[in-house]
Design a protein around this ligand. Structure first.
Ligand code: KIV
Length: 261
């Protein structure tokens, strides 16, 4: 998978699968799967570091996790998220943030929103950096959006998101994530744009889908948004394994002779 395959897949009507990844061990496993793209999402602030929102992700954190993922996933296209405020300063500071993520080994970066970002997108693209956009529910604006809510429901918001998608395409983005938008809006944007859309809570008509790895593995039992399909009962299965180990230790069933020197 290269950046050119995004366009090629859209033209051929082939869907793109993307999943978040934040560490070397999962990257190595994902490297041996059919998944097309790995996203080192700023959701790592919540999933890996326990913060309540993505606002606490820093450039250093993003670069560190990107480097770990890239080491394990040599065969995958890896996208690094630009963190909150990392691309909202001067063009020079924005480019320093992008430089750090790219030098950590990402093949592309992702940023949220269109307003105020178009110059940075153009400059990054002109500098050889593929940029993915992200519209709809943009978690870095959570305090302005008033919570994790579906976006683009009314006519005005619907038109605004469509226009932002066109602006990002025009500025040079190679793809755009559509998060928590009505399926009919995602379908309209997907039809209108030449570049592929990647949905998370955007319905089946997007050109691809993305899920947070820990969410789709069922690691967080309390997180059950409508769009999420859990492919594994991770929390339960892992707890079973940990408890079995505990039981083996206290009953002197681990280690056995074969496991001893
Ligand atoms: O940070 C992230 O994980 C993301 C995806 C949910 C698209 O941006």
């Amino acid at each position: 998978m290269t950046v050119l395959d995004f366009q090629a897949k859209k033209q051929k009507g082939q869907k793109i699968s993307m999943i978040t990844c934040y560490d070397y061990t999962f990257a190595k496993i994902l490297n041996e799967t059919d998944i097309d793209v790995l996203l080192v999402g700023d959701s790592l602030a919540m999933v890996m570091h326990g913060y309540p929102t993505t606002l606490n992700a820093s450039t250093e954190m993003m670069a560190l996790h990107t480097a770990a993922v890239v080491k394990g996933a040599s065969k995958k296209f890896v996208i690094g998220d630009l963190p909150f405020m990392g691309y909202r300063k001067s063009l020079s500071e924005n480019m320093t943030c992008i430089e750090q993520i790219m030098k950590a080994g990402a093949q592309a970066v992702k940023l949220e929103g269109a307003a105020g970002n178009l110059e940075t997108v153009r400059h990054a693209v002109d500098s050889g950096v593929p940029v993915m956009g992200h519209l709809g529910l943009t978690p870095q604006s959570i305090h302005q959006l008033g919570g994790f809510k579906v976006q683009g429901r009314d006519e005005k918001a619907h038109k605004a998101i469509m226009q932002q998608a066109l602006q990002l395409q025009e500025a040079g983005c190679f793809s755009v994530v559509l998060e928590c938008v009505p399926a009919d809006l995602a379908k309209e944007i997907t039809t209108e744009l030449e570049i592929p859309t990647i949905g998370i809570g955007g319905g089946v008509n997007c050109d691809g889908q993305v899920l947070v790895l820990q969410d789709m593995l069922g690691m967080n039992q309390d997180f059950t948004p409508k769009f999420l399909r859990k492919y594994f009962n991770g929390a339960e299965e892992l707890k079973k394994a940990f408890n079995k180990y505990h039981s083996d230790v206290i009953h002197k069933e681990f280690p056995n002779e074969k496991e001893s020197y």
